[in-house]
Design a protein around this ligand. Structure first.
Ligand code: PSU
Ligand code: MN
Length: 302
């Protein structure tokens, strides 16, 4: 694809082989409420800088794919009145040709980051195989892109709203290595552990970077998933989590929600029904992932 528009700061960092961390915009426009999203955007960029890397938040604005956003552009992404389209990788061409504003998911952010030469990316939760996918065929394009894009994605596992077992099976089929960060269990977004184990464990950013470097040197174009559990203090109590999950899944059926609306509707339900507990959890986990991604990026460019 043609090279996206890259800010001067990010371009210089890449040219000098300094660490850069890509950040997505769907979590801001569709995953967090207005106001709070702007604070989180700011905090994510700050935590990346504090760890010695350059943040590159990615979105499509006025039909231009952008790697690295100015403060004004972050305002646009976080403004509900701008009504950004949720863009998966397949939507990029249409959004560019039609001059639209759009927020990028893990799939489209990873694709644009890689096209720009950015090798490390932090998000909250990776998209995956939805419950009931046997009937609906709802499998996030995030998995497909990760299978074909050599980038490191740091996340807190996948949301428990997904079929985690099926998601892990698909990652195995598509040859995407999954590393647990200081854990032997696959994390479940709001919860630190799921019923599933991880095939590999790393305990330091240097170890993670060494695996990524070695993985890049073996055949194949798959990315790497580094699964970082939510910080202990912000893990959601399991009874609250169970209740919200049941309610959320019921809500989808009642309102007949399908396709790309599923994830935003469920997140919104969690946020309103938990009295802010899930919002704090979501913010802290993504901030933690951005910090870890930056530390791994620093090791990778050392
Ligand atoms: N992680 C979060 N909040 C989010 C998402 C991830 O903490 O809103 C978004 C990501 O952009 C991810 C998307 O790519 O959810 C998955 O959507 P879908 O299941 O429709 O592919
Ligand atoms: Mn989907």
């Amino acid at each position: 694809m043609s090279t996206p528009s890259i800010t001067e700061e990010v371009r210089t960092a890449l040219a000098e082989n300094r660490p850069v961390v890509a950040l997505e915009s769907t979590i801001l426009s569709h995953g967090l409420p207005p106001g709070r999203n702007r604070e989180v955007a700011e905090r994510l960029e700050r935590v990346v800088r504090d760890a010695g890397a350059v943040p590159a938040t990615i979105a499509v604005l006025g039909g231009v794919p952008k790697v690295g956003l100015t403060a004004d552009e972050l305002d646009v992404v976080c403004d509900p009145a701008r009504d950004l389209v949720k863009l998966s990788r397949r939507d990029l061409g249409a959004a560019i040709a039609l001059g639209r504003d759009g927020a990028t998911t893990v799939a489209s952010t990873a694709a644009l980051a890689h096209a720009a030469g950015v090798g490390v990316f932090a998000t909250g939760g990776l998209g995956g195989v939805h419950r009931g996918a046997r009937d609906t065929w709802d499998v996030s394009a995030d998995l497909d892109v990760l299978a074909t894009t050599p980038i490191l994605v740091v996340c807190s596992g996948v949301k428990s709203i997904l079929d985690m077992g099926a998601t892990l099976e698909l990652l195995e089929t598509r040859s995407v290595p999954v590393l647990g960060y200081r854990t032997d269990r696959f994390p479940a977004f709001y919860r630190r552990e799921s019923a599933f184990g991880v095939p590999w464990r790393v305990d330091t950013p240097a170890e993670a970077a060494a695996v990524v470097a070695a993985h890049r040197a073996v055949p194949g174009d798959a990315g790497v998933l580094l699964a970082n559990p939510i910080p202990e203090d912000f893990e959601m109590p399991s009874d609250l989590h169970e209740r919200l999950l049941e309610e959320g899944l019921r809500l989808l059926v009642e309102r007949d929600v399908t396709g790309k609306e599923v994830t935003p509707v469920l997140l919104e339900h969690f946020h309103t029904a938990s009295g802010g507990v899930s919002l704090d959890a979501n913010e802290e986990l993504v901030v933690s992932n951005a910090g870890l991604a930056a530390r791994v990026a620093v090791e990778l460019s050392a």
